[in-house]
Design a protein around this ligand. Sequence first.
Ligand SMILES: [Zn+2]
Length: 332
Amino acid sequence: MDNRYDLGDYASNRRTTSETPRSSDHNTNRNTNRRPYNRRKQPKSKAPVVFMLILLIAACILAVTTFTFASKYSKSEQERQAQSQSVEEYKQKATEMEKKYNEEKKNADEWKKKYDNLVAVRNGDKKVAYLTFDDGPSENTLKIIDILKKYDIKATFFVIGSSNVEYMKNIVDSGNQIALHSYSHDYSEIYRSADAYMKDLKKIHDLVKEKTGRDCKAIRFPGGASNTISAEYCKGIMSVLTEKVHDKGYEYYDWDCDSTDASGTNVEPAKLVAGVNNTSHGKLVTVLMHDTKAKSTTVEALPQIIETLKAKGYDFDTLDNCPRPCHHSVNN
Ligand SMILES: [Zn+2]
């Protein structure tokens, strides 16, 4: 190893580091002593690094703050949307419930009105006429229904197994009451025995059920409970039947006001009106009329019959709302 060489280097090094070279020296050095490992780097200022660090930290803080704020904003926006949605749901629910409440109230009001009406009828505070039509349906059934509709009143039809059974549905659909009279309406057949009567009653019951879906329990005996014609076929049968039908869950309705339309065919309308007027007394009246092809004058008289009863202070209703069914005295 050449020591001189090492010393020279050392001396040369010392000079370059400890002395500030003149410009000529500097040039000389640049040209003659350019050895990178001999040059000690000038200490650089730390300011840019610190500045960069501060900038980085500031950026981080800004990023964290922005992220926190954004997530908070997003969360509160979601909450706001959720609240707004639930408010909308509550509003919708409230509207639905209000609608339901109004419907229920309307129903309750109607039932209350019906109840008050029945109580008033029961207490004798109201006069009610129960219009009844026997022996239908017939070619006149729809005409009768139209007249009742015009006066906005309801009546009761005691039907038989007639040739116009298709109108049974019209009776029910129009809000009038359908009730049972007889299938055959043949006295010699139905009053032959209690069993014969009950068989006939079941037949008309089933026919009405088939045509209208109604399970009728309101009945009227042909000729009424007071009829004596039945005695020609079976002694004492009406006494038996009036008990028996109650046992079977039926109720029978006679009449206490007679239009007299059964007294003949084409009885003058004025006579029918007079018949009703002369026999309508008391708080509750059950009016007997007929619904057959031969009783066209009953249809003609009906508006006047209704007007007459209205003028006497009667309201109108169906027998299923009658608190005291009219019963004749039994004579057989
Ligand atoms: Zn009859």
